[in-house]
Design a protein around this ligand. Structure first.
Ligand SMILES: *Cc1c(COP(=O)(O)O)cnc(C)c1O
Length: 221
């Protein structure tokens, strides 16, 4: 049952937070509900989970407006790549965007937030593994990009996000992201998925993005 899996994940987070002397209150669990429909998401909402992640704007639009009406205080996170022509819809629906990674997106999000009078929490995605197919700013470009976001577009950046290469030990990537975050003076670290969220806690993660450990294996996505 989905709510039992949620309970298990929450207990593991709590346990690891204690073991690593982290403050549990600064660790946010984002239940990644991509590919799952409302009937599968509702039990998790009914169990009290408030933060959810989706990786596609269109897919999120097909289910979350209704769920947001039915359940209060939901915080919705965009964790997948954003196209600038979807920035308006993304800013209207989401509360947090984890994937700011190029000037065009920074500009589009800044413009939409001003237009819609909404303040979202924003993370810069960093391609810590230098993977050509992966989104994210390269580490060597991060400082300049962060300055651009803040100085040119007036964005308040909350933190950094990474998706380590699948076949590598994620530890060194979590370590690097933490280091960059400290250097730039940001507060939050979006890192850790089903396979490695306990390790991410050790490295200072504040936002864990956990899908299959809660919802079960996905067919696609
Ligand atoms: C799908 C996804 C997750 C969750 O992955 P699981 O392995 O199912 O926990 C986390 N982050 C991003 C960016 C994703 O796209």
């Amino acid at each position: 049952m989905v709510h039992e899996q949620l309970g298990l994940v929450l207990r593991k987070i709590s346990k690891r937070a204690k073991e690593t002397k982290r403050n549990e209150n600064e660790i946010n669990l984002i239940a990644v509900s991509k590919t799952y429909d409302a009937p599968e998401i509702k039990p998790v909402l009914e169990a009290g989970q408030k933060q959810f992640g989706e990786n596609r704007v269109q897919e999120a639009q097909s289910k979350w407006p209704d769920l947001k009406n039915e359940f209060s205080d939901i915080k919705l996170h965009l964790i997948g790549p954003l196209q600038s022509n979807k920035a308006g819809e993304a800013v209207a629906l989401f509360d947090v965007i984890h994937t700011i990674d190029r000037e065009k997106i920074a500009a589009a999000v800044a413009k939409e937030m001003a237009k819609q009078n909404r303040q979202l929490e924003l993370f810069i995605q960093v391609n810590t593994g230098h993977e050509p197919q992966k989104a994210g700013v390269l580490p060597e470009d991060l400082e300049a990009f962060a300055n651009l976001c803040v100085d040119k577009y007036g964005l308040q950046i909350k933190g950094l996000m990474c998706i380590p290469p699948v076949k590598e030990n994620p530890g060194p990537h979590f370590y690097l992201l933490r280091k960059y975050c400290d250097q730039l003076g940001f507060q939050s670290l979006s890192m850790g998925m089903s396979a490695d969220y306990e390790l991410a806690i050790e490295f200072g993660a504040t936002h864990l993005r956990v899908g299959s450990a809660i919802f079960g294996a996905r067919d696609y996505g």
